[in-house]
Design a protein around this ligand. Structure first.
Ligand code: C2O
Length: 335
């Protein structure tokens, strides 16, 4: 009984949901989204130019960082019910990961993780987030990689103190310290990345995740290689181990309250573009309408409530951004 309808959130009934540890949580907006006029997202006919270039955190000049930090500070200063406020932005992630919405015409929850919606949902989320940042502070582009900035608005009090720089992250962190020396850990990380990006990801479903379709029957639970690690593992590695669910970063419902979330996810989004380049024609996009026409909703920089489809999230250039190229040392780390 396979249901091939695309998924969408039932916006008329946002409800309480559960954290990863099954504790109740609530991240619905104060005003019902159902009261908002939904605008259909449209890609510009001509790709925007110049592209917004997202730069790597470890190579940034202080001017770039200062502009970004100022934009985050503005978001944090907005009243918490404002759609552009930092908390509402974070809660938008909570909505779609803890199951605050049902799927339309269904009693099943709409959750985008651990499936083929992981990459496109987060791309759309970052896209609108970046546009909002840019509307308050000219030329703000996201940065990528887990820049652990502790300055001003970038700081979070909910990070694992034992993992702060200069500690080298264990990209396959299993909640145990390995005690490796930094050089050792880096070599292990490179070989691991080679597996997650290349040898373990030779098919779309392996990299992108399983084909979640509508209704309970369509439920699947199979993250792609990168979602599994380094995505999940870095979330857990950053979050404070003393908190019950390693909040903020270690728990879906709070992860996006740490500004590091956005750098982490920009990096994950970049890896999607890198994988497509490596795979070339061997990595066609899925062609099912149940993927392409599945939609998500976000507020844009003009406070319009926008519905965007997966098919609009496939090409960063059409969305007006790109990643600065850097070396890919893991590409030569075939074990
Ligand atoms: Cu939606 Cu990094 O999790």
């Amino acid at each position: 009984n396979h249901d091939n309808r695309p998924l969408a959130a039932n916006l008329s009934a946002c409800h309480a949901s559960l954290t990863d540890a099954d504790r109740p949580t609530y991240c619905c907006p104060p005003r019902r989204d159902a009261d908002q006029i939904v605008v259909e997202f449209q890609l510009p006919e001509i790709a925007p130019s110049p592209l917004r270039v997202r730069r790597p955190a470890h190579l940034l000049d202080s001017d770039y960082v200062a502009k970004y930090e100022k934009a985050v500070a503005i978001m944090k200063s907005l009243p918490s019910d404002h759609p552009h406020s930092f908390l509402r932005q974070a809660n938008n992630h909570c909505l779609y990961c803890t199951g605050s919405y049902n799927q339309v015409n269904s009693t099943s929850l709409f959750k985008i993780h651990r499936s083929w919606f992981f990459f496109p949902w987060h791309r759309a989320f970052l896209y609108f987030h970046e546009r909002i940042l840019g509307s308050s502070s000219a030329t703000t582009h996201l940065l990528y990689r887990i820049g652990f900035y502790t300055r001003g608005a970038f700081n979070s009090t909910q990070r694992e103190p034992g993992h702060l720089p200069p500690h080298v992250a264990d990209l396959n962190y299993q909640r145990e310290e390995t005690g490796r020396k930094p050089e050792e850990q880096m070599a292990v990380n490179l070989a691991f990345m080679y597996h997650q990006m290349v040898s373990g990801a030779r098919k779309a479903e392996l990299f992108m995740g399983c084909k979640l379709t509508a209704g309970a029957e369509g439920g699947c639970d199979g993250p792609g290689t990168i979602e599994d690690a380094p995505h999940n593992t870095v979330h857990e590695w950053v979050g404070n181990g003393l908190n019950p669910e390693r909040e903020y970063m270690g728990a879906f419902y709070t992860a996006a309250r740490d500004p590091a979330f956005y750098a982490h996810h920009a990096n994950i989004d970049r890896l999607w573009t890198v994988w497509r380049k490596i795979m070339d024609s061997a990595a066609p996009d899925f062609t099912e309408s149940s993927w392409l026409d599945t939609s998500f909703t976000f507020y844009d920089e003009n406070l319009r409530f926008v519905r965007i489809k997966v098919r609009d999230c496939l090409d960063p250039a059409k969305l007006g951004y790109a990643y600065e190229n850097i070396d890919l040392p893991w590409l030569n780390a075939r074990p």
